[in-house]
Design a protein around this ligand. Sequence first.
Ligand SMILES: Cc1ncc(COP(=O)(O)O)c(C=O)c1O
Length: 406
Amino acid sequence: MQTFSTAIEAAHALRPDVPVYCFRPEVLTADAKAFIDAFPGETAYAVKTNGEPMVLETLAKAGVSLFDVASPGEFAAVRAVAPQAGMLYMHPIKAQSDIRLALETYGIRTLSLDHEDEVAKILRVVRALDIDPGTVTLFVRLQTKGHAAYELSRKFGAAPAHAVELLQRCHGIGFKTGLCFHVGSQIEDPETYERALASADWVRNRADVPLAGLDVGGGFPAEYGYDPKRRKPDMPGFSEIMERLRGDLAEWGFADVPLVAEPGRVIVARAFSLIVRVLLRKGRRLYINDGIWASLSDSWTGKITLPARFIPDPARKRRTGDPDKIAAFKVCGATCDSVDILSRPFWLPETVDTGDWIEIGHIGAYSLSLRTRFNGFYPDTFVHVTTPFHEGGGADGYASLETMAD
Ligand SMILES: Cc1ncc(COP(=O)(O)O)c(C=O)c1O
């Protein structure tokens, strides 16, 4: 992988027509260590967020020794780069053959569930493999309510009274039991964890079984941009959210329970940016070489606004418009599908034109993992960039959405 100091340097040197991911392992290491230091329990990185071997390898080197996995592909990806690492199989609904693979081939002993039929599936495999249930921990996933860019409780989680029954059933069979929840990805309300903990406390008191662990899931918000036409989201930063969580854990009596978190977005979002090229400017529309079927689906479905930086092509001699005026451009993706248009505009200098590049920042979460091969486009070019996105230069027309609102 070629190394550049900034994405501007990479764009000028490579003049890429294909999208280029700028990987920042130093940022990934720093963000992983910051999480590990701040969270009062074990950190299990959620592989679904970005399971690229370069990411898993960097995280293992940074001290992440536990991974949240959801499929045979993720078991194999972790085992390939971190053979000693532990894995938590936290998908609540699993194929029986995948449960067998997890227990038999990968030695996984921690799983989650939200229904009694799932207990039966796991028990069948445990009996068939002659495993002592006392060596297996089953986390009952609890439904939660909160505000997040992605709500997950509409799909998974047992209601509190049902969670009580599940805990008692698992305990009765002889499994170790835990409680877990996922408050939704990219939370938008700082009270979210406290509400989930209150509910977990209610369940624990009614179930009255020993709790081997509490898994607070993911949801920790990553830093993004924001739309200057809308009110700036009133969310505290990472350290304040963590401080509140530590306080809430103590207040609800979970400080002595072994804790786990499954962060994804907050660890990997800042570790990648993406250089895209403007294939055509048509009025206030920019047609770029990436889109919602490739790297930009997370921002589209989650209504996430990503920070962007303008990288003008030095070869273009004539430009129209005011270079100091920032204007909104509708961004259309590379495919022939008319759904492939971003829901939020990019704010860029008025002079942006065909052949220029845009660096889209903080794109490490759910971008590479969600890319498709639709229409034959599949971004897969990587460079190593040593400077964090926000320090990556701005003289040529820095279009950070945060700066614009001032
Ligand atoms: C079970 C589970 N754990 C962890 C995560 C990671 O969440 P986040 O990226 O919000 O930290 C997800 C994301 O959907 C998930 O489904």
